[in-house]
Ligand binder design. Structure first.
Ligand code: NAD
Ligand code: DAU
Length: 344
């Protein structure tokens, strides 16, 4: 593994991963391949460009464009593809699933074909705990559980996982898949709940909690997730899946209370609003397998939420232009007419 193609590397987790691997190996050369949708931002990679110039190149392109993907793989002599590129926001997938099917399913197929056509390149797919659907009772999802996605986003990610597995079985493509819990940290687009609530709180706007706020998520720090993916590339078994999370989920209301406490803002900012359609109640990962590979998270969910709140408090330069731009239209579409619920 020397010449890595990181698709979706201008997005939230991708840009953190690129920096992580360049910092952790002096031999690696990275090509970021990214379409630069609303979620992909070149400024996320400014520090990488400055710090690792000769070992990093950016190529703007769509993973659905087979010719451009193959041209890039050839030109850069790629030996490993790590696929982060995706449409990623559940609420957008509810509004319009089209781009999710195109990028998350067809785009993954295009990348798999490129890996196959260039002599079976190493391929890692970045997937999500949402493919297991929501988990009842006290159970945790293990890697061999059946897939039961419930949103257009998770259905598209589950479909991609099935293709990746099929390419391993049919063509012997050397693949691995990681299924991560909710990531938080620097450079996450402020549509996702933690950066949305932190930036709303910093602007003294209400925090729109969907439904009763008792849904459960495992909020993990993005650097921990990046470390796990790197470890899987180095030591993971080909053809295997790995869950990645802290293994400790909390309710959304607890998450909100922690971030308000960190920012020293009042709980009166909490506003319960009409729930998300088909809202998954609880995700919960069994992480025994990734722990056995030698990984452990540096951050608890509470530490991750506090560190994330501080990053947004201190880096207004990054998020203010986003919130002042197209994001406003998106926010109005999703939230302006949303019914308010009585205080719970
Ligand atoms: P993000 O939305 O911040 O970034 C996605 C990136 O993909 C952007 O840079 C975007 O420009 C790029 N992209 C989108 N469509 C593309 C296309 N057709 N061609 C090339 N590039 C394209 O997403 P993220 O939160 O960083 O998630 C990255 C990956 O991790 C996704 O596959 C997601 O499903 C998965 N994941 C995310 C989380 C999470 O909590 N954020 C958890 C587990 C797994
Ligand atoms: O679990 C991994 C997944 O986590 C990733 O695969 C997805 O790409 C990522 O978007 C995320 O999905 P979620 O739907 O869990 O994340 P989101 O930040 O959108 O919402 C987290 C929880 O907060 C969820 O229970 C819905 C709730 N929520 C979200 C928003 C945006 C609110 O209560 N209000 C909101 O305004």
């Amino acid at each position: 593994m020397q010449n890595i193609l990181v698709t979706g590397g201008a997005g939230f987790i991708g840009c953190n991963f690129v920096r992580y691997i360049l910092e952790h190996s002096a031999d690696i050369v990275v090509t970021v391949y990214d379409k630069l949708t609303y979620a992909g931002r070149l400024e996320n990679l400014d520090a990488v460009k400055e710090g690792f110039g000769p070992r990093y190149l950016f190529v703007q392109g769509d993973i659905c464009d087979a010719a451009k993907v193959e041209e890039t793989v050839a030109a850069r002599n790629v030996d490993t593809i790590v696929n982060f590129a995706a449409e990623t926001h559940v609420d957008r997938s509810i509004l319009d699933p089209d781009a999710f099917v195109k990028t998350d399913v067809y785009g993954t197929y295009v990348l798999l074909e490129a890996a196959r056509n260039f002599g079976n390149l190493r391929f890692h797919q970045v997937s999500t705990d949402e493919v297991y659907g929501h988990i009842e009772g006290r159970r945790r999802s293990v890697e061999h559980d059946a897939l039961a996605p419930r949103s257009p986003y998770s259905a598209s990610k589950a479909s991609a996982d099935l293709f990746v597995n099929a390419y391993n079985i049919t063509y012997d493509l050397p693949v691995t898949i990681s299924r991560g819990a909710n990531n938080i940290g620097p450079f996450q687009y402020p549509e996702k709940v933690v950066p949305l609530f932190v930036t709303n709180a910093l602007e003294s706007m209400p925090l729109p909690v969907f439904g009763d706020g008792m849904q459960m998520r495992d909020y993990q720090y993005v650097a921990d997730h990046c470390a796990a993916i790197y470890l899987i590339l180095l030591r993971g078994r080909i053809g295997e899946l790995y869950n990645v999370g802290t293994g400790a989920e909390m309710t959304n209301l607890s998450m909100v209370e922690i971030l308000l406490d960190e920012l020293d803002r009042p709980r009166s900012l909490i506003q319960h609003v009409e729930d998300r359609l088909g809202h998954d109640r609880r995700y919960s990962l069994d992480v025994t397998k990734i722990l056995a590979l030698g990984w452990e998270p540096d951050y608890t969910p509470e530490e991750a939420i506090r560190a994330t709140a501080r990053w947004y408090r201190d880096n207004r330069w990054w998020w203010q232009p986003i919130r002042d731009g197209d994001f406003r239209d998106y926010y109005d579409t999703v939230y302006a007419d949303r019914k308010r619920l009585e205080p719970q």
